[in-house]
Design a protein around this ligand. Structure first.
Ligand SMILES: [Zn+2]
Ligand SMILES: [Zn+2]
Length: 372
């Protein structure tokens, strides 16, 4: 378990200004005098210890173990727009909600409620500068026919590519492990061919012979990653983080949050596990199809038992830019470890209208000219 009670504010030992985690350096840096401080040293033993899994059954029964504050000085606000609870370190303030753009400056913050302490996190690796560059590129006008939409981007979207529009947020995730044993009943289909007489001659027709099939498959699932936030569509997050970057994990330490925000998990351990089971079920069905073999498979029933069920709470870094356009909220996010961007771009209706009008005029002129 991570003990965060000894951590206070990150004052620069030189000038007493506040320090923040610098993704480019991977260290704390004083924005005033430039002094840097190394992050806590991570030995292999320490990493192993903090990455230890929590037993799921024990946790759900006792439910109150492992609770701690993210950091003693952490403040928390709940966004009135989307209900996301955002944690930040003073002197940082939560300005606009990074998920839905609602202004939350006026909301009264309070010391962060104890939460299930994250065992690990992936630190920000992509700095603000690189994130802004990537965002500009993504928004840039391009003569790319595959990406025709970019031409019709609303002008105000370009403002997104300003430094202040990006917020660095640590998003909450659960990862689950489980040993599964599945018993299945189904059918194996084997193709065979018959020759049919038709008016034109003979024709070879494929048929399927179905035979009963049943058996067992087992699989150990390691680190099934489930987003614990409701502020962002989980399908998008799964594309942004398809799997847990295990080699990038660092034991949780509040220093990494200096200068960033963090979101508190909204999906609880148990609910997240149900989602993980759904993801496991898809893979198990694939295993069953392989086990049945043949040319086609039918799965009639599957019953799975789970053992060695464990979980971890981790934080992953994302640069968020949300904006409102035409009464709708759009989110753009950048995986702050890989730099990959995911987002929606609305098209400006007036630009589409203009393009259609120009095309129509050209068409009419062409018709007039060709008709003499
Ligand atoms: Zn300083
Ligand atoms: Zn919000």
């Amino acid at each position: 378990m991570v003990n965060t009670t000894s951590i206070n504010q990150y004052q620069c030992p030189g000038c007493k200004a506040d320090m923040a985690f610098d993704p480019d350096l991977g260290q704390l840096k004083c924005s005033y005098c430039g002094r840097t401080e190394a992050m806590p040293n991570v030995t292999a033993t320490k990493l192993r210890a903090t990455l230890q899994e929590h037993d799921l059954a024990t946790f759900i029964e006792t439910n109150r173990t492992h609770l701690a504050q993210l950091a003693t000085t952490a403040q928390e606000v709940t966004c009135p727009g989307c209900q996301a609870t955002i944690t930040f370190e003073p002197p940082d303030v939560a300005g606009k909600c990074p998920f839905c753009t609602t202004s939350i400056v006026a909301q009264k913050s309070h010391p962060a409620d104890p939460t299930l302490a994250p065992s690990a996190l992936v630190p920000f690796k992509v700095g603000r500068k690189v994130a802004v560059t990537n965002l500009r590129e993504w928004l840039a006008f391009r003569w790319d026919w595959k990406d025709l939409k970019a031409i019709f981007l609303p002008g105000q979207l370009k403002q997104l590519a300003q430094n202040q529009a990006l917020t660095g947020v640590y998003l909450p995730f659960w990862t689950y492990d489980a040993q599964t044993q599945s018993h299945y009943q189904g059918q194996r289909g084997t193709y065979y061919y018959v020759t049919k007489q038709t008016k034109e001659g003979t024709e070879r027709v494929r048929k399927t012979r179905w035979l009963h099939a049943s058996g067992r498959v087992s699989r150990f699932f390691d680190d099934v990653l489930v987003p614990a936030t409701r502020a962002i569509d989980s399908k998008k997050l799964q594309r942004l983080w398809p799997s847990l970057p295990v080699s990038q994990l660092k034991p949780y330490s509040a220093e990494y949050l200096a200068g960033f925000q963090a979101q508190r998990y909204e999906i609880m351990v148990k609910e997240g596990y149900e989602q993980a089971k759904g993801m496991m079920a898809n893979i198990i069905r694939g295993d069953i199809r392989t086990d049945i073999g043949g040319d086609q498979q039918r799965i009639r029933s599957v019953s799975t038992t789970y053992s060695q069920e464990t979980f971890k709470h981790i934080l992953l870094p994302v640069w968020m830019a949300s904006y409102r356009y035409g009464g709708k909220t759009y989110q753009v996010m950048i995986n702050a470890q890989t730099g990959v961007i995911m987002g929606e771009r609305p098209v400006a209706a007036w630009k589409v209208g203009l393009a259609v009008a120009i095309a129509t005029i050209i068409l009419i002129m062409v018709i007039l000219v060709t008709n003499g």
